[in-house]
Ligand binder design. Structure first.
Ligand code: ATP
Ligand code: MG
Length: 321
């Protein structure tokens, strides 16, 4: 079932506005129009981890801000849980971690969560239990009594995530949740996201850290200059594309090695092992047959899949302008 659905969602910002004022009359003379989102048609299914991926300025935050009702689309519309944007019952079931969250930093960790719990209208007793659970989940139990101004960037990101989960949301929108986190923190964030999925929640997140997305996303959408240039299951997007074939052999004869050096993309020699890479399957199979027919030993033959990173670059080179 679709939990988020957008139809031709478009956002145009006007930048560098120059205008004149005559008393109460304001006239806009000049302004650069930036189409931050162009006719976005996207469906996110309930229970999946969806990654909206794209480089800086692609329009990821713009899309999320529209979903949150913080800004309004210029054209088109979106529905969350089947309801138009702004529906209060839907909002109550949404969690949101903004990009670069800025929190009131004189509050202690638990006070901050307690404040948000009150905004959600949670009873005192429920709040207490939930806050302990959340602090544990985001690994901040030890910092519950520390004011947020003493938190590191990674800790702020985690308390922000805690805030997004306080109302036990059906869907969470996380704008660059991995930003500012070290590799260890990124792994923790991935584990939390995977746990949320196990609990049946939908996670919509944006990122340009492709390796993290690759590890956890069910589906991804690739956004570039406001346009969705591809969307799909990661396994389908990537498996279709075998990038190259990697062959490793031991004790190759000198003659054969020379021959391969002329034919292959890359030849790497390490002690008695030689690794060669070719793009065409037929070429790879031919090399394997030759090795098998010679006194050398075939160590491995691996069709190497494209990584998300490589896929992303290829999409942008082909789909952007
Ligand atoms: N409030 C605004 N006023 C004018 N232009 C804006 C505004 N917010 C964003 N933009 C422009 O819209 C485009 C998309 O910005 P957006 O922040 O959505 O991108 P993003 O994909 O989230 O990028 P990043 O990875 O850097 O966070 C950019 O060209 C940006 O300059
Ligand atoms: Mg952004």
């Amino acid at each position: 079932m679709a939990i988020v659905e957008t139809t031709d969602l478009t956002k145009v910002y006007v930048q560098d506005v120059i205008g004149v004022e005559y008393g109460r009359i304001k006239i806009r003379l000049k302004g650069r129009r930036v189409a931050a989102l162009q006719e976005l048609n996207l469906t996110v299914n309930e229970g999946e981890i969806f990654g909206l991926l794209g480089p800086n300025g692609a329009g990821k935050t713009t899309a999320i801000k529209i979903f949150m009702g913080l800004i309004f689309p210029t054209e088109g519309n979106a529905r969350i849980m089947g309801k138009p944007l702004g529906d209060r019952r839907v909002k109550a079931q949404i969690g949101f971690l903004p990009e670069n969250p800025y929190f009131y930093d004189y509050l202690k960790g638990w006070e901050f969560l307690d404040y948000y719990g009150q905004l959600y209208g949670m009873a005192r007793k429920t709040r207490r239990a939930k806050i302990d659970e959340i602090l544990e989940m985001v690994g901040l139990t030890h910092a519950a009594n520390l004011p947020l101004r003493g938190y590191s960037k990674g800790m702020l990101q985690r308390i922000g995530l805690g805030q997004a989960l306080l109302n036990d949301p059906r869907i969470v929108f996380l704008d660059e949740p991995q930003s500012g986190l070290d590799p260890f923190g990124r792994k923790e964030m991935r584990d939390i996201i995977l746990n949320l999925k196990e609990e049946g929640k939908t996670v919509f997140f944006s990122s340009h850290i492709l390796s993290d997305a690759e590890m956890i996303c069910d589906r991804v959408g690739i956004l570039y200059k406001g346009k969705l240039i591809n969307v799909g299951y990661l396994r389908d997007l990537l498996s279709a594309q075998i990038k190259e074939y990697e062959i490793v052999a031991s004790n190759l004869q000198e003659e054969m090695l020379k021959d391969l050096e002329g034919k292959c993309e890359r030849v790497i020699v390490r002690k008695q092992d030689v690794m060669v890479c070719v793009r065409q399957k037929a070429d790879a199979e031919k090399i394997v047959r030759t090795i098998l027919a010679s006194p050398a030993q075939l160590v491995s033959y691996i069709p190497r899949q494209e990584t998300l990173e490589e896929y992303f670059i290829r999409q942008i080179e082909g789909g952007g302008q």
